[in-house]
Design a binder for this molecule. Structure first.
Ligand code: PLP
Length: 393
């Protein structure tokens, strides 16, 4: 048998394997597990989107290859319309956007489109691992920017060494942030755009949670900043916005040269998304309102954060994302040890922040998604069990 490529050795071990094992053991013991581990929307995709898919799938013209240059054209038009309505920035559906098969695919392939051996990506620590792993597999190097609470979970640009900035091609940021739930400010984007312009770097903004927001919060974007489009590409996803993780649909939008570069690679790898899925995605972007889903998450967030605050565990309430980023409430345990103790004593599954990067140590992440929860009752139950466990003292 031939040996796999050595580049696969650059993939780090699955950091949450220990959590998965502890969860399996708890289930085997008959524990009623409350799994706040992975953030995968538990509510169904809204019916109008399913109906649009069903209708489109019955149209034989969707059954063939989508031979468009950058993705199904009505979808790209809906994406730019949605962007204009949501963020007030007008973009060109013919040049400024391409469709991706979920934003993960696009974020990964962007690294393969730009990184040669010796090139750097600047990535968030803690962060979604896709930016880092694909940069390393493409032969590049990674410089991780620590995200600290005292800096609003935004990187300090002045701390990035000049020689790294010179060798960097991609600066990945993610706002609203997985895992910290931090949101970026307009000022940060202004500084990041200037930094990328001065150093010839592409600013890559992963906005998978752009409209997963609470309390009326509205996220700014890097493309709103004057000159932002000169250096920025943003990745948007229908996954979390419309409970569509399984559908695999998103788009890259912004600088037309970056979009074209990504598309050049993609056209040699995939043959685009099923046109019926794209058609349904266009309906979602044009006409589906996600307010009810956000209200459900917000209620869960409040039950969890307010309930834990009553135990003396003070956690910043997230303005966005599907996550609560909580400081480990004891100084005698690492994040992994606290997660293990929580599973053991309460059946509540969370993930250790240290798994998403060294600066995540000292935190755990709790998802606001939970199959079977209707109106927050399982989140209230999680709080009750944590209170009774005595783990938070
Ligand atoms: C920060 C972040 N970016 C991107 C993705 C990928 O989303 P999708 O590929 O479903 O669009 C995820 C998924 O969890 C995520 O958390």
């Amino acid at each position: 048998m031939a040996s796999p490529s050595k580049r696969l050795d650059k993939i780090p071990p699955y950091l949450f394997a220990e959590v998965a094992r502890a969860k399996r053991e708890a289930i085997a013991r008959g524990v009623d597990v409350i799994d706040l581990g992975i953030g995968d929307p538990d509510l169904p995709t809204p019916q109008p989107i399913i109906d649009a898919l069903s209708e489109a799938a019955n149209d034989p013209s969707t059954h063939r290859y989508d031979e468009s240059a950058r993705g199904y054209i009505p979808f790209l038009e809906s994406a730019t319309r949605w962007y204009g309505r949501t963020f007030g920035v007008e973009l060109d559906p013919a040049n400024d956007v391409c469709q991706v098969i979920g934003s993960k695919e696009g974020l990964a392939h962007l690294a393969w489109s730009y990184i040669d051996p010796g090139d750097y990506s600047i990535t968030p620590d803690p962060g979604y691992p896709v930016y880092k792993v694909n940069t390393l597999m493409a032969g590049g190097e990674v410089y991780e920017t620590p995200l600290k609470r005292e800096n609003g979970y935004m990187p300090v640009l002045a701390d990035i060494p000049t020689d790294v900035a010179k060798k960097a091609k991609l600066f990945y940021v993610c706002y609203p942030s997985n895992p910290t739930a931090g949101v970026a400010t307009r000022e940060f984007y202004e500084d990041a755009v200037a930094f990328c312009r001065d150093n010839d770097i592409v600013l890559v903004n992963d906005m998978a949670y752009a409209t997963v927001t609470f309390d009326g919060h509205v996220n700014p974007t890097a493309l709103q900043v004057p000159g932002g489009k000169d250096v920025t590409v943003e990745f948007h996803s229908l996954s979390k916005m419309y409970n569509m993780t399984g559908w695999r649909l998103g788009f890259a939008i912004g600088n037309p040269d970056v979009v074209a570069t990504l598309q050049k690679l993609k056209s040699n790898i995939d043959s685009k998304q099923f046109a019926a899925v794209s058609k349904a995605g266009a309906v979602a972007l044009d006409s589906v309102d996600n307010t009810a889903t956000m209200k459900t998450y917000q209620r869960r967030r409040d039950l969890l954060c307010d309930g834990l605050a009553e135990l003396g565990w003070h956690i910043d309430k997230p303005k966005a994302t599907l996550f609560v980023w909580a400081p480990v409430p004891r100084n005698d345990m690492t994040s992994a040890e606290f997660v293990a103790a929580l599973i053991e004593k309460t059946g509540v599954v969370t993930v250790p922040g240290g798994g998403a990067g060294p600066s995540g140590e000292g935190y755990i992440r709790m998802a606001l998604t939970l199959p079977g929860d209707k109106d927050g009752e399982r989140f209230a139950e999680a709080v009750r069990r944590i209170r009774e466990s005595g783990l938070v003292s």
